[in-house]
Each structure stands twice: as C-alpha cells, then as structure tokens.
Write a protein that binds this ligand. Sequence first.
Ligand code: ITT
Length: 196
Amino acid sequence: MSNKVVTIYFLTGNKHKVIEVEPIASKYGFKIKGYPGYKVEIQSMDLAEISEKAALLGYLYLGKPVMVEDAGLFIEALNGFPGPYSSYVYKVLGINGILKLLGGVSDRRAYFLSATTIIYKPCIITERGRVDGYISIEPRGDKGFGFDPIFIPEGSDMTFAEMSIDEKNKYSHRARSVSKALEKLGRCIEYMGSET
Ligand code: ITT
C-alpha cells in the first residue's frame, strides 16, 4: 500500500456527520471530505440498500472514492417508527412530536441503526452499526443534531446532545458502521496492493 493518504468523498448534506466521521477516518489513515449535493436517496426499509444505491450513483457521477452513511432511529413502543423515515419525521414532528407520541409510555427503549457504504475501486464495502438506548423524558443538551437531545445510549446517563464528539463516537451507530467499513477498506487496499 502506498503512503499517499486516500481522500474519501463523504456524500452528505449533514455537516455534523462529517465532523463525527473525520476523527474516525484519521485513526484508520484516511482523509474525509464532506461533499453535499450528490446523495440520491431511494426509498427502502433497508438502510444498507439506501446507502449502497446512493454510493453507486455518487461514484458513477464523481468517479472518486465515495462514502455514504444512512441512519435512522427505531422506537420499540412505536414498532420501529420512524426508522428509515427519520429524516422526514424529524422535519415534520421534531423531537417534541416524538416525545408527545411517547407521552405516558413507560417502555422508552429505542435504537439507532446506521449503514455505511464505501466505494474505492475495486473495493465496494457495506457495514452496519447499532446502538441501543432509551428516549429521554425531556430534551437535554445542545450538541449534535437530529434526535441527539432525546437519545440516551445504554451505559451512559447522558443524551448524545450532552456528549462531545469523542464521547458520542464511543457509542454511536455511525462510529460503529464507519469504523468497520474503514477497517475493511484498509484490508481491501492492502490485498489489492499485494496482487499487483
Ligand atoms: P444525509 O444528507 O447524509 O442523508 P441526513 O441528516 O438526512 O443526512 P440520514 O438520512 O442518515 O441523515 O438520517 C435521517 C435522520 O435520522 C436525520 O435527519 C436525523 O434526524 C436522524 N439521525 C440520524 N443519525 C442521527 C444521530 O447520530 N443523532 C441524531 N439523529 C440522527
């Protein structure tokens, strides 16, 4: 493997995601560049299918190494709602709408799922990540984005919005899927290098 640092174009309109992923990428020896505007999202119940299709289309368009990460919040008492529709539900209902839907419900269990696809020719890698936790009674914290102020991961008392990036990355669905994908990419590049 050459010593040149590979830059991966992270196709997302969400700056927070880029900030979360940058330190993980540098740990694995890669550089991340946020690239808004190229993520085409198909509708599917499967986050991995969404991230794969978006990455393939993005790669066809850009012709450079690309990463796509798709995520959603799944609430047990609501049969997994909003899941793959999290972005729409966040815009329409917001965190207060979710808290209202859960008003009086004692089962607060929820989890985030994430799927990350990286395409660095000829390597095409998709990995998933999950974090289990609870929906808080009220919003807490002002960091992060989306549902962070109401999600408490198992093993912590804090919501994601009360954590630094490093703390959130110790638990998060995104950190898990991205780490696995970058680790696999490193191995794929090494293998391809040893083939030539
Ligand atoms: P993309 O441009 O990458 O699609 P997005 O913000 O739309 O950015 P997703 O489609 O992956 O991201 O996620 C859907 C929604 O789920 C997102 O808008 C948030 O409301 C929520 N979400 C995902 N990951 C989250 C996280 O780590 N913390 C809080 N909310 C999150």
